[in-house]
Design a protein around this ligand. Sequence first.
Ligand SMILES: [Ca+2]
Ligand SMILES: [Ca+2]
Length: 408
Amino acid sequence: MGAAGGIVLLGLKLAPFTFGASLAFTGVAALGVGIAGGMTGAAFSITNMIKQKSLHTSFGWEGLICQKIKASFLNSQLDILHKLLIIEVDTSMDSRMPIRVILLLILVTGLCSAYLKGNVALHARVVQSSLFESYGVAEHAVDGNRDTNYKKGSCTHTKQELNPWLRIDLGNVYSISKVAITNREDCCKERLKGAQIRIGNSLDNNGNNNELAATVLTILVGTKTFEFEPIGGRFVNIFLPGNDEYLTVCEVEVFAEKDKPLYICVPRNLALGGKAVQSSRYSALTAAQNAVDGSRESDYARGSCSITSWDRDPWWRVDLLDVYRVTRVSITNRGDCCEKRIEGIQIRIGNSLDNNGNSNELAATVGHIPLGGTNTFEFKPIKGRYVNLFVPGRNEYLTLCEVEVYAE
Ligand SMILES: [Ca+2]
Ligand SMILES: [Ca+2]
């Protein structure tokens, strides 16, 4: 189609993208966002489904859960998209709805046919060890433009430093057999000599300890493709060992051995499996753990909500059992009564248990959430093992029917 545009999927606006070679990848990303955002019960049940399947065929790391691709799973994903489509049709009164349905159908088609052919790094998330100046941002490595003139604004550029690096996060795990690197040509071609391509799933040493796939042994002119025995990985690093080095690339393209990923990864709800406590318990039905039981059931009588007594400054806390860079918390309000209890809750995240964790960094403050509704709060990454929900300055029955926590 060649047209750029954004897609609204389950009420979430996705970043603009171009239909074409990257369509299938974007389709997977869209599904991930749908799950992550958890804007509907359907999306939430997908997360649970993946969690249950994970017992046998997937693994997780860095706040993600990754599902091994099998034909049946791909089909089930298509089923899910189909169901979401029906939900959209059934519930949306929005006049733009038909456009959304068409876009979603295109996504489904993309998953079926154009599945991940070509460069899987295109428009992927990318980060580098430092930034020389705004012309040299990391995103220029995956912008689809091989222009070798740095001044045209399509190359990266770190500061001069020890061991600079650039890391591409493919989002999913691929069996990678080829990486093409485009060097700058307006000057400084020799700088890239000695750079290593490293591939794997670890972020140890920023991913630079992952398996060495190839090394730039000579002065690289224009674009050079490095081929090697396939390596499974989500991260592709360009690592330049040495003192006082600048790392600049004008494009990095990554090609997988097969035309689909080995694993599809979606953000994992870190609160599931965590240990929850609260300042007090209203009744036997309202344990702290009910807010992380994987169910958004919002009817008090069903026993899936946590409620404290009428405490001064009540609080609830989940221990994620590890430290994550948390970027998002979703909270489900009680549905059968008491809509306003939720208002004014502070989301606090950190590693301290001083003041029961309620003095950790403030991530967001909860406003209105409709009866039985789920709101998602997004913020800059905050490192922490504990997520507190804290109501300062009043007496309240702190009531939560589900709390979901996601890292970047
Ligand atoms: Ca570029
Ligand atoms: Ca619950």
